[in-house]
Write a protein that binds this ligand. Sequence first.
Ligand SMILES: Cc1cc2nc3c(=O)[nH]c(=O)nc-3n(C[C@H](O)[C@H](O)[C@H](O)COP(=O)(O)OP(=O)(O)OC[C@H]3O[C@@H](n4cnc5c(N)ncnc54)[C@H](O)[C@@H]3O)c2cc1C
Length: 368
Amino acid sequence: MAQPDVLIVGGGIIGSACARALALQGVSVQVVDDGREPGAATAASAGMLTPFADAHHDDPMLALGIRGRDRYRDLAPELKAETGIDIQLWTGGIFHLAFTQTDVERLKDDVAWQRQSGYTSDWLAVEELRQAAPGVSPDAWGALLAGEDGSLDPKALHDAFRASAEKHGASFVRGQKVERVRIEDNRVVGVRTATESISAGAVLIAGGSWSGRLRGLPRPLSVEPIRGQMVAFDWPAGLPHCIAFGHGIYALRRGNEALAGSTMEHVGFEPTVTDTAIQHIAQAAARIFPALAGKPVRRSWAGLRPGTPDGRPFLGQDPVVTGLWYAVGHGRNGIGLAAVTGDIIADLYAGHSVEHDLASTSPGRFWT
Ligand SMILES: Cc1cc2nc3c(=O)[nH]c(=O)nc-3n(C[C@H](O)[C@H](O)[C@H](O)COP(=O)(O)OP(=O)(O)OC[C@H]3O[C@@H](n4cnc5c(N)ncnc54)[C@H](O)[C@@H]3O)c2cc1C
């Protein structure tokens, strides 16, 4: 490709979503991904769309999370028509189970503020829960049902974003690592890989947990890896499709598997599993869905979520360097936020206004 308008560093779910959104607006895009970092978050993800899972009522990310989740209702058929890929969108709701009186109080409180804020969540008493989710443990005391939350297959979404971006003219260079961002007179001019210099009108940093390792950035990027471990069992025959949180973990169905996770560990760039965590997750999963008790763990894996100090991503242009953009640091919610992140970056790049509190995710917020 001749010099691209935008060169994207990193082709995970965020880089790919941004590539598609920019390409749809006629921007020429090149994505460079080294493809060799073990522990890339996208492939490790559970794929839940759950904006309420960690949210508080005054959290500026809540509205964005809900928009992000709902965006997939239009996008799923659009991507299917464009690429033939079914992202396996499930919108049947997520149960947050109570197993103690403290859980009951916390979850009822959540239902109250969510309903006060106009969101649809419900408290289900034991009998209602049994009817709505017959596979979950009879030990549960009730549940918050986030009725519009759900899940998708993150690998399928990743493939679909890439295929669609390519269809709209974006190019993907795989197996190359960007080592340095080139900046002259406070303006981006391109990047340097191990083998070549690539000129570009703008550079978008979307390298997940590794983004802070790029040389040449105007200031340190506050992104660090947060390890998450996962396990998979065969989905028990006869167990109805269901996603549930409880005992500090979650379990969900994807295809013929039950996936369960996860941990939040600050252990550096170590995408390895530990026996203790895998055992803990497997046991907790069986306390959510008793049909999993005694089932062998089929596989286990770990991924590195790109975390930031306040749990919010960096979205938008650098406050000082023209043409340097960021879409990084999505932590636990990067699948849910991927499509809306692409929309925001493409709109900002085109100079359009966006419906989002940009200050809450400003790339310079820890430094200016
Ligand atoms: C166990 C686990 C469960 C999760 N569950 C959920 C969930 O249920 N719902 C949800 O919304 N989110 C979930 N997440 C979070 C979500 O997966 C991440 O937020 C998201 O995948 C981040 O995407 P990314 O593109 O920023 O990073 P990544 O997927 O890590 O991609 C970054 C890419 O950039 C490349 N790269 C980095 N540096 C360079 C360089 N210098 N040059 C070239 N390429 C480079 C890397 O090789 C990699 O391919 C989960 C994460 C984990 C680990």
